[in-house]
Every structure is written in structure tokens, then in C-alpha cells.
Ligand binder design. Structure first.
Ligand code: HEC
Ligand code: HEC
Length: 241
């Protein structure tokens, strides 16, 4: 009896330890991973995005051609995204490290080479313009978060990682300029609520938790507008061709 109880206790401790030790992502930026992404074949990526099976929609059904039709619900813009970032997200969905049923199903059958091909294809597409409400204001305080951060809350400026133009950076820091406003807000809420936990070292979870809802909304608007300015004044480009 006693040993039985001990065994239960032991396995509970072990399970706890394992849960804590589980990495937020299986992607490690080894030479092999870098070269896998670098060798991604955009033409193959373009082919795969249109493939539909009996139970899974084509990528284009939700993300548009070239990942450039973002004004659909909470779907992210993929066009012009940093390839290593997109590859990491697709791999995280495949490994169930990032949780979204539709996305987990969409990548289930794809090989790592195919994920790399998709990542390179999207990276090469011109960014799309996104919808932003003209009335939405961005305060001076929020702008300060972008370029100076907030020492009181130990917040690093967004620009220090995501770049001065929100264009992303090596290795897997995403471009956030030009992101769909609704998706931006949703994913920040997911980080804050521990629903999205695939960010290595909790980098974004810590930041998202320190921000208010209003700040998140304004940051989404700021970055969407920044992307539109860079994409050429807000004209809609539905696809790459
Ligand atoms: C049924 C609709 C649907 C289909 C089909 C779909 N996606 Fe998605 N995709 C989404 C949604 C919704 C999200 C955001 C989910 C989340 O919050 O994790 C997403 C997220 C993503 C992301 C993460 C983007 C980011 O900025 O982090 C990538 C990359 C992506 N999809 C690529 C693809 C590819 C490639 C395919 C086809 C193999 C595909 N998607 C098929 C709806 C879809
Ligand atoms: C320490 C570096 C760092 C700082 C500072 C930082 N980020 Fe991030 N951010 C990242 C990384 C790395 C990721 C990707 C994490 C992952 O793999 O999920 C990310 C992801 C994101 C995403 C999700 C993008 C997508 O397509 O799903 C958003 C939105 C975002 N950051 C916004 C911000 C904002 C707004 C700020 C400033 C308040 C900020 N970040 C500050 C490193 C940073």
C-alpha cells in the first residue's frame, strides 16, 4: 500500500517535471534547419497552397493566393513574412506546439521540405494592404512603447526586436507591419492568456501580459497602418499576380 502511494506520488512529480520541461517549440536553428529553409522551393510552395483534400481546405481558401488576402475574419497575412518565422510556425502547428485545430489539420500531412517550400513562397510575395478604421487613434504613449518601451514595466521597445519598420529580423522574429488588425489583437490575447505558448523563452507572453487591451488595440492599428504605408498607400492587392 505504502509503495503504491509512493509510486503514484512519484509519477505525479515526474509528470509535473516533464510538463514544465516541455520545450515551447521543437524548432532549433541548427545548420540543418537553416539549410532546409534556405533550400525551400517557392514553386512547390505555390503548388501546395492550392491543394485541397477531402477533409482539409486549401491554404488559399483561408489565406488567399500568396497569403495576401487578409481581410477575412482573424486570418493572418502571410505575404512578405520572414521565411524562418513562417517555417517555425508551420512546424509548431505540425508538432502541436501551437494550438489551432484548422491549422494543425492543414499541415498534418506535409513534410518539413514542403513546409519550407511554403515558407519561402510566402516570403517572396508582396505584402498586401490591410483594412484599418480611419477613426482609430494611436496615442503618443503607445508610440513610446514601440520605440522606447517602458522601463517601469520592464518592457523592451517592440522595434528593438521587430525592427524600426516592423519588418522582422533574423532568425525567426516576424514582420508585424501590415498584419491583419483582428488577428494581431487575437494572437496577443492568446499570448497573454497562455493559449499561444510556442514563443521560445516566453518572450511574447511576458510582453503581452504587461500590456493593456487598449494598448494592444492601438499597437495593432499602428502596425497595420505602417504596413499600408510601405505597401503603397493602402491600395488593395488581392494576389501576387
Ligand atoms: C480553415 C482555414 C485555414 C486553412 C485551410 C489554413 N489556415 Fe493557416 N491559419 C488560419 C487561422 C485562423 C490562423 C490563426 C490561427 C492561430 O491563431 O493560431 C492561421 C495561421 C497560419 C499561420 C501562422 C501565421 C503567423 O503569422 O503566425 C501560417 C504560417 C499559416 N496559417 C499557413 C497556412 C498554410 C501554409 C496552409 C495550408 C497548408 C493554411 N495556413 C491553411 C486559417 C487557415
Ligand atoms: C525580445 C524580442 C521581442 C520584443 C521586445 C517584442 N517581440 Fe513580438 N515577437 C518576438 C518573437 C521572437 C516573436 C515570435 C514568437 C513565436 O515564435 O511565436 C514575436 C511575435 C509577435 C507577434 C505575433 C506575430 C504573428 O504573426 O503571429 C506580435 C503581434 C508581436 N510579436 C507584437 C509585438 C509588440 C506589439 C511588441 C512591443 C510591445 C513586441 N512584439 C515586442 C520578439 C519580440
Amino acid at each position: 500500500m505504502k509503495t503504491h502511494k509512493l509510486a503514484i506520488l512519484f509519477s505525479a512529480v515526474l509528470a509535473c517535471g516533464l510538463a514544465q520541461a516541455a520545450p515551447s517549440s521543437n524548432v532549433a536553428w541548427t545548420v540543418e534547419t537553416h539549410s532546409l529553409v534556405k533550400k525551400g522551393d517557392a514553386a512547390i510552395g505555390q503548388e501546395i497552397e492550392g491543394v485541397e483534400t477531402e477533409d482539409v481546405n486549401a491554404c488559399t481558401d483561408c489565406h488567399g493566393e500568396g497569403g495576401a488576402e487578409p481581410d477575412r475574419d482573424k486570418h493572418p497575412v502571410l505575404a512578405g513574412q520572414v521565411a524562418a518565422y513562417t517555417f517555425k510556425q508551420l512546424k509548431d502547428y505540425k508538432d502541436d506546439k501551437r494550438d489551432n485545430r484548422r491549422m494543425n489539420e492543414a499541415v498534418e500531412r506535409l513534410s518539413d521540405e514542403q513546409l519550407a517550400a511554403l515558407a519561402v513562397w510566402y516570403a517572396q510575395q508582396p505584402p498586401a494592404a490591410v483594412e484599418v478604421d480611419e477613426e482609430d487613434k494611436v496615442s503618443e504613449e503607445t508610440l513610446r512603447l514601440v520605440f522606447r518601451g517602458d522601463k517601469k514595466r520592464l518592457l523592451q521597445p517592440c522595434a528593438s526586436c521587430h525592427g524600426a519598420r516592423g519588418q522582422g529580423a533574423i532568425i525567426d522574429v516576424p514582420a508585424i507591419a501590415g498584419q491583419n488588425v483582428k488577428y494581431f489583437v487575437e494572437t496577443m490575447k492568446d499570448y497573454a492568456g497562455e493559449k499561444r505558448t510556442n514563443d521560445i523563452y516566453s518572450r511574447m507572453r511576458i510582453i503581452a501580459k504587461a500590456l493593456t487591451r487598449d494598448e494592444i488595440n492601438e499597437l495593432a492599428v499602428y502596425y497595420a497602418r505602417l504596413g499600408n504605408e510601405q505597401a503603397g498607400g493602402g491600395t488593395k492587392k488581392a494576389s501576387a499576380n
